[in-house]
Design a binder for this molecule. Structure first.
Ligand code: GLU
Length: 317
């Protein structure tokens, strides 16, 4: 392998690990080891209202009980706000970020006035109201200039954005997912100008994840398929910030009884890591590893699983 590999697992400490999050952790660990790479853990604790005290320590203990120990001390996003500010400043200087005064109600009103359809997942596509300036209103959030939602953008103050990388123009972005295959999304149409810094003063996931993947030298993002939809936004930010683009592999999800992705919200039970071999086997099965790897210890199980994973996966370069 020509390039050094660095992978990561980036849990939000909103509760203990569950069967679904172990699948992502295990896949990222196996892929790193199968490529003689490093494996890092990043605790994504910026969304403080959702974080649960003690959860980060518990997650690290659960990982360790399964033999998954990071190669460097974990990075905590709460300690990284000066880096996020520096990235936002860089985007502002390139005319790729702008302040926004809109409340959710303002956005809904504007969308209705323009007769725009309400998008998928009930998420509102920002109609670009503040692109041309705040019109005397107070800034609440900062947004990324994702592209042209309408024909006549950008207005004068945003002209410089036209000189930005081609992906920022109004055309779909294409990328390759190692499991899902060719992907595309027009961020301007699908999501609109997305938030970098929230109205409550918290940093948005998209900005933090890109800044930190860059700082940690992540070459391969391996994570659950529920996050695949964020990839285009993250690639736009990587390009805008001049960061290298990692490869992406989105892993299968564990579904709950209701057929939805297993999550803390739909009652996923905490992982019982007092039975590490059993939980590893269950996670391995979701990843397509042969059932029932016979092992005495998690380390032994992992060693066998790496050999199987190496045979099954090949990184396209
Ligand atoms: N912190 C995110 C989560 O737990 C994962 C972010 C990522 O892997 O990019 O859902």
């Amino acid at each position: 392998m020509g390039t050094a590999y660095t992978g990561r697992f980036a849990p939000s400490p909103t509760g203990p690990l569950h069967a679904g999050s172990l699948v992502a952790a295990l896949a990222s660990w196996l892929d790193a080891r199968a490529h003689q790479g490093r494996w890092l853990v990043r605790i994504e604790d910026i969304d403080t209202p959702r974080c649960v005290p003690g959860a980060a320590a518990l997650i690290l203990q659960q990982l360790a009980a399964c033999g998954l120990v990071p190669d460097a001390p974990p990075l905590y996003q709460l300690q990284r706000s000066t880096k996020y500010q520096a990235a936002l400043d860089q985007l502002i200087a390139s005319d790729l970020a702008y302040p926004c005064a809109c409340t959710r109600q303002d956005i809904e009103r504007e969308i209705a006035a323009r007769g725009q359809p309400r998008p998928r997942h009930g998420e509102l596509v920002y109609p670009g109201t503040c692109r041309g300036g705040l019109q005397g209103r107070l800034a609440r959030a900062w947004r990324f200039f994702a592209g042209s939602i309408e024909q006549n953008w950008p207005p004068a103050p945003m002209r410089r954005a036209q000189a930005a990388p081609d992906s920022i123009a109004n055309q779909p972005l294409h990328w390759q997912d190692r499991r899902l295959g060719p992907q595309q999304q027009n961020v301007g149409e699908a999501v609109g100008d997305f938030v970098l810094k929230r109205a409550d003063g918290l940093w948005a996931y998209q900005l933090a994840v890109v800044v930190d993947d860059g700082a940690q030298g992540i070459t391969d993002v391996v994570r659950g398929e529920d996050l695949a939809d964020n990839t285009a936004r993250q690639i736009l930010l990587q390009r805008a910030l001049g960061l290298p683009l990692p490869r992406y592999l989105h892993t299968p999800l564990v579904l709950g009884v209701n057929g939805e992705k297993l999550s803390k919200q739909n009652g996923a039970t905490p992982l019982d890591t007092s039975r590490p071999l059993q939980v590893l086997n269950e996670a391995g099965r979701v990843l397509g590893l042969p059932a029932g790897i016979l092992a005495q210890t998690p380390a032994d199980w992992l060693q066998q699983a790496v050999a199987l994973w190496s045979r099954a996966t090949k990184i396209d370069r």
